[in-house]
Design a binder for this molecule. Sequence first.
Ligand SMILES: [Zn+2]
Length: 378
Amino acid sequence: MIELLFLLLPVAAGYGWIMGKNSAKNQAHQFNRQITSEYSKGLKFLLDREEDQGLEHLINLLEVAADSVEHYSTLATMFRRRGELDRAIKIHELLLKHPSLNEQQAAASRLELAEDYVMAGLLDSAEEHLVWLVKMDHSEALDPIITLYSQTREWQKGINMFEAHSELFSKEQHFKAIANFYCELALSDNNPSLMRKAISLNHKAIRPLYELGLSAYTKEDYVKAIYYWRELICQFTFFAPLFVDKLAHCYKHLNLIHQFHQLISELLDKGGVLIKIQHCQALLEQGNTEQAFEFLTDSLKRQPTIRGFSFLLQLMGAQDKNTKEVLDQIDKLVTSYIATKPDFQCQHCGFTSYTIYWNCPSCKHWETTVPSKGLDGF
Ligand SMILES: [Zn+2]
């Protein structure tokens, strides 16, 4: 009989195990029921438009429902989009304190919280979190912190951040932003050497070369102006409308106009209508009127532009005095039409303007505004 009792021992152990398991299951079920009930209460409050109570209810659940971090993040983003920034901030702050977040989730929550703060105008708080992320090597914080420093015009802070964490920088737009931070600081401190620092960055920016050329031109240092602007026009020929007339003046002043003509002829393939007009003017100055006329008509047949047409009218008027008056009148109309068209356009967001903006007022990107292209462009 006792042996039979021994035989029952595994059965008793199995029974105990199953019961224990069922008990744990029951506890888990009970826990889940509690959470579901709390969720339902929270949602009911929200649906009944008792939003404060509903939100409080859902936020309190954060402490017990660690696996729903994603849902809370979505909820916070929804609040931010609706402009309910205090709620978005509250959820993101709670999420950030949550002990179960992994490093990636914590960084994502911190980034979202910084975005809430920016939208709420709490820029110091946003900066604090973004700086922390940069220090922890999160390159995804570069976009918002560069935008923030552009907004607050804290050029030195941006430069310090770049110099301390240059290994995080890989995108061209970030290098362009820092190059422009150097330019802004150079202009406000009247310290051109900072612009030369911008030139030494890995990625070439347009503005430092332009500003250094302009600074030299203003001081009538035409040799230096040619040095910077020649490099600029060779690398970024589409920017020629901004300074090509001044560059021609530099060469003329130094009695080196033939070098300018040579430079323009080398740029014909990559330049727009303005470079072609400059080439025509060179031919005219050399007495090759017929050649200039043929070159321009041929160019316009291949790529019609309003500015090219205007120059053609001037050329025809100069050749035939009988029709000059009529052609001048037509050219006046064409010139008036051109004046109504914006000279610059942002390649990132399409924003148009009559003046150059190094930092696009619409999308806040640096050096994306370029001289207009196409039929009405340069
Ligand atoms: Zn833009």
